[in-house]
Design a protein around this ligand. Structure first.
Ligand code: 6R9
Length: 650
């Protein structure tokens, strides 16, 4: 409790120059919910439109008619907004500073250079037969070509689908098939923490899977020069295709509601969902949140340490910062390589003012002691940000004191792939901070807490977090599956968007996100569906049944705890545990590797055959006293066996 009552008031000097101070937040927030049309009409002026929208908001959350449109008669091009319109005023300013995995490797790309390269690549994509409305899959390392590829798609109206470079060939194949991409852009290898990951080999493997014959061309960025297989007629070197293209490529005029990208994310059931984000509303929301939440000022170097494979990389490495004419730093490596002080070294080297990272990254450093930051000063830092999972007060404190020299406020931003941009977050000049608290809604966002029956809860309370009305950055649908979109987000509680998160509102009206209340795990800030891991496990010949739950993990936030029931004729062994871990790792990707496997002669089930995860979660967390009511179990005996053989953290 005492931790939660610690308050860090707004720094008045910072507030004096901030875009948003307390009064302005109050005034604009009120306007944004009382008169959303007026508010967003004014905000839309910050973008460059080829046709200004007359209609601002046309949205319905009714479950029989979920229909979300913003600026629906407006026309613009996202790449034009991120590049062309900056050329006169800041053509020579760095758009991207790239810092390689190896501290010796770095380069700077100006807005003019980026514009040229994106235009050439856009022409290159056209030469491969990609047109407006076509989808392109990106499976890339953290290199500038990743941002170029996203922007080149946007320039010609193609829809990109970025797949995180840590996903397996099978996971990649599933996303290629679902999005029907005819072109895949990748690299020979990626480099992270001194190790190579064979991206091109993974693409080759993915493209042997059923249904992937839609892919006609694979563009390969030469990153390491490592050995790769070559498929004549299908594979092309990125540079060979791009270098010869003209540097002039007109930006396609797009409707505000034309899709910009698909991004797959895990839910509580089934295969990953391809969330569809569109052009006008998304870009406006990414740009406005980036400018106000990080209080970005002209000329500052801004660093978001996420990967472009996640929504954070889309909105806050590429689209938000570039729409604002910012200098965005892109880091290829990991915070612990070559030494644990790397983050601080990068901040000093590039004069970073704003640093946006994850609680997991902070916790992975904390374990090594405060002295790891001794070889950097970090005097350039002004603002810190956190995203991806709840930040525990210890990690908050370390980030604040050790990284930020007790000078820089931390923006704890709560949002989701589905929301496109920040939803509940402080602003540097406007919000008093409480460690671990996401604080207040962003403009236009109306959070509410409901009980399990959907009844609105008022005042200081715990509840399920819903959002009452639409905001421009919201995903519009699930690719090719609008029913699933409605089912997932709008059917739990009628007429509102259900976030899947639990939340507490305190006496000051501040929001504390308490974590997922569905079967979605958050491992190192990455979303993992328990259903995906379970279906991978049961595909193994020795496994009869599997149940996956999260358990508290010191560094990852949540670890993956798996209960496995083996087929009758199979002997449990440590070798088999290793084999199953490798199996999931290979099937989905390293981030899905189980931390703990427990053999389960049986799983606790209700009489109707439903696995009681509540009990499994408690056992995994070693909270066996409070198991609650087990009387509805078909066979209460299985619980005793699970408790007896549980894995206890040491
Ligand atoms: C941006 C992103 C979304 C889920 C979300 C929630 C968790 C994200 C958080 C946070 C507490 C924060 N989450 N930010 N929980 N405090 N500041 O992470 O998107 O990968 O879709 O994950 O992450 O549980 O529902 P995504």
């Amino acid at each position: 409790m005492s931790e939660q009552q610690r308050i860090y008031p707004v720094d008045e000097r910072l507030a004096a120059d901030a875009w948003i101070d307390r009064d302005r937040y109050q005034k604009l927030y009120r306007q944004s919910v009382e008169d959303p049309e007026g508010f967003w009409r004014e905000q839309a002026d910050s973008l460059s439109w080829s046709k200004k929208p007359a209609t601002i908001k046309n949205t319905s959350f009714a479950s029989d008619n979920v229909d979300i449109r913003w600026f629906e008669d407006g026309e613009l091009n996202v790449a034009h907004n991120c590049l062309d319109r900056h050329l006169d005023s800041r053509g020579d300013q760095p758009a991207i500073i790239w810092e390689g995995d190896d501290p010796e490797d770095h380069k700077t790309i100006s807005y003019r250079e980026l514009h040229q390269r994106v235009s050439q690549l856009a022409n290159g994509l056209k030469s491969l037969g990609i047109n407006k409305g076509d989808t392109v899959t990106l499976y890339m390392p953290m290199v500038p070509e990743a941002a170029m590829a996203m922007l080149a798609c946007a320039r010609i109206g193609a829809v990109h689908s970025v797949v995180f470079g840590g996903f397996s060939p099978d996971a990649l194949a599933g996303r290629i098939v679902d999005s029907q991409s005819r072109v895949v852009i990748t690299a020979d290898e990626s480099v992270r923490g001194g190790k190579q990951v064979p991206l091109k080999d993974n693409v080759d493997a993915a493209l042997t899977r059923e249904g992937t014959d839609v892919v006609e061309s694979v563009l390969v960025v030469r990153r390491t020069g490592g050995d790769i297989q070559w498929h004549e007629g299908r594979d092309r070197w990125f540079d060979d295709v791009v270098d010869q293209q003209p540097t002039d490529c007109p930006a396609e005029t797009m409707n505000a509601e034309d899709p910009l990208f698909i991004l797959y994310t895990s839910g509580s059931t089934g295969t990953p969902k391809g969330l569809k984000h569109t052009s006008g509303g998304y870009l406006l929301y990414a740009a406005l949140t980036h400018r106000t939440v990080f209080d970005y000022h002209e000329g500052e170097v801004y660093w978001c340490a996420a990967d472009v494979g996640w929504i954070t990389g889309h909105s806050y490495i590429v689209y938000g910062p570039l729409a604002n004419g910012a200098t965005t730093l892109m880091f290829e490596g990991v915070p612990t390589y070559p030494s644990h002080g790397r983050i601080g070294q990068i901040v000093d080297k590039h004069n970073v003012s704003i640093l946006y990272t994850s609680p997991t990254a902070i916790r992975s450093l904390m374990a090594h002691g405060e002295h790891i930051m001794d070889d950097s000063r970090r005097d350039s830092l002004r603002i810190l940000g956190s995203v991806g999972e709840p930040i525990n007060p210890e990690a908050w404190d370390w980030f604040y004191r050790v990284v930020g020299n007790s000078r820089c406020p931390i923006m704890d931003t709560w949002w989701q792939t589905e929301t496109g941009g920040h939803m509940i977050t402080p602003m540097p000049g406007a919000t008093d901070l409480k460690p671990g608290c996401a604080t207040k809604p962003f403009f236009g966002v109306q959070p509410a807490l409901v009980d399990n029956d959907g009844k609105r809860l008022e005042g200081a309370t715990d509840g399920n977090l819903v959002i009452l009305d639409s905001w421009p950055g919201q995903a519009r649908s699930i690719w090719n599956n609008h029913d699933r979109f409605v089912q997932t987000y709008f059917s739990t509680y009628e007429g509102v968007y259900f976030t899947g998160d639990g939340c507490r509102r305190d006496e000051d009206g501040d929001y504390w996100i308490t974590g997922r209340i569905d079967d979605v795990l958050n491992v190192s800030g990455h979303r993992m569906g328990t259903a995906e891991i379970e279906s991978s496990l049961v595909a193994h010949q020795d496994v009869a049944e599997a149940a996956v739950v999260g358990y508290p993990h010191d560094i990852k936030g949540q670890g993956i705890y798996v209960y496995v029931t083996l087929n009758d004729d199979v002997e449990p062994s440590d070798e088999l545990k290793q084999e199953l871990k490798q199996w999931v790792r290979k099937d989905i990707g390293p981030i899905a590797t189980p931390d703990v496997i427990q053999w389960a002669p049986g799983l606790p089930k209700t009489r109707s055959g439903k696995i009681m995860r509540r009990i499994l979660r408690k056992i995994a967390a070693n909270e066996c006293d409070g198991l609650g009511d087990t009387s509805t179990l078909a066979d209460p005996g299985v619980v005793e066996d699970l408790i007896e053989h549980r894995h206890v953290r040491t």
